[in-house]
Write a new protein. Structure first.
Length: 292
C-alpha cells in the first residue's frame, strides 16, 4: 500500500485532532469585518477559492482568492492568508515579502520553521496533518474541515460519514474510465478542481473540472462512454440525464463534499495503481516548487 493510500485513511483521526484547535483557527481565519485575500499555488490555490467562498458566505467580510504566482492589482486588504503545506513555495514567499506594511500575514503550513512561517504575523500550524507524498490529500481536507468549524458552519457527523465511506470499497472501478470530470458549485467548485488535479497528478489521466451549470456550455461535447462525471455538493437530475445521454456515467454525490473529495483521492490512487504508477511520486513533480 502506498503512503498516499495510508494517509487518505488517516483523515478521520486527523480531522478530529484539528478540531481541538478551532478557537485558534477562528482567531486567525474569521476576522469578522476585515477584507481578506487568500493565496496559494496548485492544490492550495483551489483550497483558497473554497475558503474565500466559505468565509464570505458566512458573512464575515469580503474575501478574495488568488494564485500566489499571479500578482493582481492590490486592494486594501486587512489580512492575507497564505496556504503552503511545505512553507517553502517560492511564489508564496515572494508574495508575502511584497505585502504593504500593516497588512496582517497569516500562514497556514505544516512546517513551523519554514521561510513562509518566518514571514508571518500568525501561523496556523497543521504539522500533524502534513504528509510525505508529493500529492496532497489529508492536509487540504483537514484545513477546510477546520475552517468550516471556525466559521460556525455545520460539520456535525461529517467525520463519522467519512469513516463509514472508508470502511467500504469504492463504488466504481477506476479502470473502466478514460476521462474524469468533476463538477461543483460555490465552495465545492474548488474541491472539483482539486479532485481533477489528483487524477492528473497521480494517474496521468485526462481530467477536467467546471462549475456545474457551465458544463453544458461546451465541455459536454467530449463526454462519451468512457467518461465519469461526478458532481460535488449538488444534485442536478436534469443535467445528469443530459450527460447520461452521451453514454457517460454520472455520480451525484450524496455525502458531504469533503467526503466526496476523499473518494476522489481514493479513485486517483486506484487508477494510478491500475496503470502501474506511484501516486506518491508523480512524474516531473516535487513536493515544493522552489525557484532559483
Amino acid at each position: 500500500m502506498s503512503i498516499t493510500s495510508t494517509e487518505i485513511a488517516t483523515q478521520p483521526a486527523i480531522w478530529r485532532e484539528a478540531l481541538t484547535g478551532v478557537d485558534h483557527a477562528r482567531d486567525l481565519l474569521a476576522a469578522p469585518g476585515e477584507r481578506v485575500l487568500v493565496i496559494g499555488c496548485g492544490t492550495s490555490a483551489f483550497v483558497a477559492e473554497s475558503l474565500a467562498w466559505l468565509r464570505e458566505s458566512a458573512a464575515l467580510g469580503e474575501t478574495d482568492a488568488a494564485y500566489a504566482s499571479e500578482p493582481r492589482v492590490w486592494r486594501a486588504y486587512d489580512r492575507v492568508i497564505a496556504l503552503t503545506r511545505s512553507g517553502t513555495t517560492s511564489e508564496v514567499v515572494e508574495a508575502l515579502e511584497s505585502l504593504p506594511a500593516g497588512v496582517r500575514k497569516v500562514v497556514v503550513t505544516g512546517v513551523v520553521d519554514s521561510p513562509a512561517a518566518k514571514l508571518a504575523d500568525d501561523v496556523l500550524l497543521l504539522d500533524f496533518a502534513d504528509e510525505k507524498s508529493v500529492m496532497q490529500t489529508r492536509f487540504p481536507t483537514t484545513f477546510l474541515m477546520l475552517a468550516r468549524a471556525a466559521f460556525g458552519l455545520d460539520i456535525d457527523g461529517v467525520t463519522e460519514q467519512l469513516e463509514a465511506v472508508l470502511a467500504e470499497d469504492l463504488p466504481l472501478e477506476a479502470a473502466g474510465f478514460d476521462h474524469f470530470v468533476y463538477l461543483g458549485t460555490g465552495w465545492t467548485y474548488g474541491l472539483a478542481q482539486e479532485a481533477a488535479l489528483k487524477i492528473r497528478e497521480a494517474a496521468q489521466a485526462w481530467s477536467e473540472s467546471y462549475p456545474v451549470l457551465d458544463y453544458r456550455h461546451g465541455p459536454l461535447a467530449v463526454a462519451h462512454e468512457g467518461s465519469l462525471v461526478w458532481m460535488f455538493g449538488v444534485t442536478d437530475e436534469r443535467l445528469a440525464e443530459e450527460i447520461r445521454a452521451t453514454g457517460a456515467t454520472v455520480v451525484l454525490g450524496s455525502n458531504d463534499p469533503l467526503v466526496e473529495l476523499v473518494q476522489a483521492q481514493r479513485l486517483a490512487v486506484a487508477l494510478a495503481e491500475v496503470r502501474g504508477l506511484d501516486p506518491d511520486s508523480p512524474r516531473h513533480l516535487t513536493r515544493s516548487i522552489i525557484l532559483a
